[in-house]
Design a protein around this ligand. Structure first.
Ligand SMILES: Cc1cc2nc3c(=O)[nH]c(=O)nc-3n(C[C@H](O)[C@H](O)[C@H](O)COP(=O)(O)OP(=O)(O)OC[C@H]3O[C@@H](n4cnc5c(N)ncnc54)[C@H](O)[C@@H]3O)c2cc1C
Length: 474
């Protein structure tokens, strides 16, 4: 890839010192779903100061700019066609981690995996972990990510005491919930559109081991699935259902519900007690570089779902699982997203408020009856949402679905799901969205006008822009 300096001829934003040019290279980027590639200049500053200089320069020449962490958002939130994408790959130092308090002071490009590796030997774990630990602190704040413990822990930003943010013109500010709740909660869930986070302080979660004591229940249908999830929310810190979304009739919504909590040291087998925090983050296998198109189709996915559902026990209690098994099973296969073939895939995740159970059931009927097969289907209950203007979680039911992108009729089908979601007061997740319209999004996020207002004040020239923000007018 050719490189070119990101140096404008005359920056209009006053700068305290001449910024050092950060080299850039021309790259074509996608999100994890491998759809909608666009080309931009990629810059990888080595420090907050370098990043500030870069932002001053790009703001000065009116080039759109957006941050990028590990690119695990599914579509195009971390890319900006024709603009500059600022990777935090080199802002990856844990500045301090207090073994007594579990307070970690990290640069924004630190991954949750790094935090786990550093924190577990002292008994500290990520307060919230999505289904992959290959996400950065910056990406976790910007999408205000949630995990299997949302019903008790809320989403990621709740555990962040402060962060350093470079505003669109490169000015650094330190933001806390107390001092500037407006900017804090616009940035949490704000998909990188308020500035570039360079550092954050995160409060980790105390654990007694690196193993999770897991109870598994196989359910017969959607009613039982929802009942078990509701009951397990009261008993466990972590819970989720993997659903066989192709099952129909009396088996509609049958699932395997796994729930658990970190094992106490006293519950560990004797051979683990000497080393309760052992954690091996390495991926076990790599996906082949190419999969044939069409490998993931309605028939292969039905077989896989069926086999996996049958294999699960009707009831199993107290099984000790590793962090990788319980939280991040997909991280066990490097580049597993290639399995969908060259066409890539779309994730669709909604949340519907409690009280809209009939709509949740209806969504299962729609998916089961449509030739669009979902390979990974996860149902869970959220607790109270946080004040993030664009934070996704609200108290209710969230369903995540994966579809091969080339599935015929997928667009109109997802539009139908959108209508169901809007009609029942729900919303889709921006970190995964690839096709909602701006008008639909306005109906889903009632605080979007507040977000736009803040953006207009903060970034009147619209410097911060991603392919996602342009499509949705964020
Ligand atoms: C297998 C898998 C499972 C997942 N499971 C879950 C889940 O359970 N729950 C969940 O909530 N999400 C889940 N996700 C989505 C993922 O957690 C989010 O998309 C997360 O934001 C990705 O972090 P990242 O570092 O890769 O950020 P990127 O994908 O690179 O960027 C995501 C957004 O964050 C912004 N951003 C990144 N860094 C910064 C920064 N330093 N400053 C400002 N903005 C920044 C970008 O501009 C972009 O808008 C999953 C993704 C995968 C691939």
């Amino acid at each position: 890839m050719p490189t070119s300096p990101a140096t404008p001829s005359t920056p209009s934003t006053p700068s305290p010192a001449a910024p050092t040019p950060v080299p850039t290279s021309t790259v074509t980027l996608t999100g994890w779903g491998r759809i909608a590639p666009t080309t931009a200049e990629l810059a990888t500053p080595a420090s907050g100061q370098e990043a500030a200089g870069l932002l001053r320069l790009t703001a000065g020449r009116g080039t759109p700019v957006i941050a990028r962490g590990l690119g695990r958002s599914y579509n195009n939130a971390a890319q900006s066609a024709g603009g500059v994408v600022v990777s935090t790959a080199r802002l990856n130092r844990i500045r301090s981690l207090d073994p007594e308090t579990g307070i970690a002071d990290c640069e924004a490009g630190v991954s949750l995996e790094q935090l786990m590796v550093a924190g577990l030997p002292h008994g500290w774990f990520a307060p919230v972990s999505p289904g992959t630990r290959q996400v950065t602190i910056g990406g976790a704040i910007a999408a205000d990510v949630h995990g299997k413990n949302h019903h008790v822990a809320g989403s990621f930003a709740r555990h962040v005491s402060s962060f350093d943010l470079l505003l669109p013109g490169g000015e650094p500010v330190t933001v806390t919930q107390e001092d500037d709740p407006g900017l804090f909660w616009a940035t949490a869930g704000g998909m990188g559109l308020t500035g570039l986070i360079t550092r954050a302080t995160v409060r980790l979660k105390r654990v007694e081991s690196a193993l999770v004591a897991v109870d598994t229940v196989k359910t017969a249908d959607i009613d039982e699935t929802m009942a078990v999830l509701a009951e397990h929310d009261k008993k466990y810190g972590y819970t989720v259902a993997w659903s066989d979304v192709l099952a129909t009739g009396g088996s509609l919504g049958r699932s395997v519900v796994t729930s658990g909590d970190f094992a106490r040291s006293a519950d560990l087998p004797p051979r683990r007690r000497a080393n309760p925090f052992a954690f091996d983050p390495r991926s076990r296998v790599g996906a082949p570089p190419a999969f044939p198109p069409g490998l993931m189709n309605r028939y292969s996915i039905r077989l896989a779902n069926e086999a996996w559902y049958r294999k699960a026990p009707r009831l199993r209690e107290g099984e000790l699982q590793t962090i990788s098994q319980f939280f991040h099973p997909l991280d066990g296969i490097r580049n597993w997203n290639r399995v969908y073939g060259p066409g890539g895939f779309r994730q669709y995740q909604y949340v519907l408020p409690f009280g809209a159970e009939a709509a949740v059931r209806r969504s299962f009927e729609l998916v089961a009856g449509h030739p669009a097969p979902s390979f990974v289907t996860v149902l869970k209950r959220f607790g109270q949402g946080d004040p993030g203007l664009l934070s996704f979680p609200i108290a209710g039911w969230t369903l995540a679905l994966d579809f091969p992108a080339r599935t015929p009729g997928l667009g109109p089908f997802l539009d139908r799901l959108d209508r169901l979601v809007v009609d029942h007061g729900g919303r889709v997740y921006l970190a995964k969205d690839s096709r909602a319209s701006a008008a639909t999004l306005e109906q889903m996020y009632p605080r979007l006008p507040d977000f736009r207002k803040l953006r207009a004040e903060l970034d009147p020239r619209g410097t911060l822009a991603s392919d996602l923000s342009r499509r949705l007018g964020l």
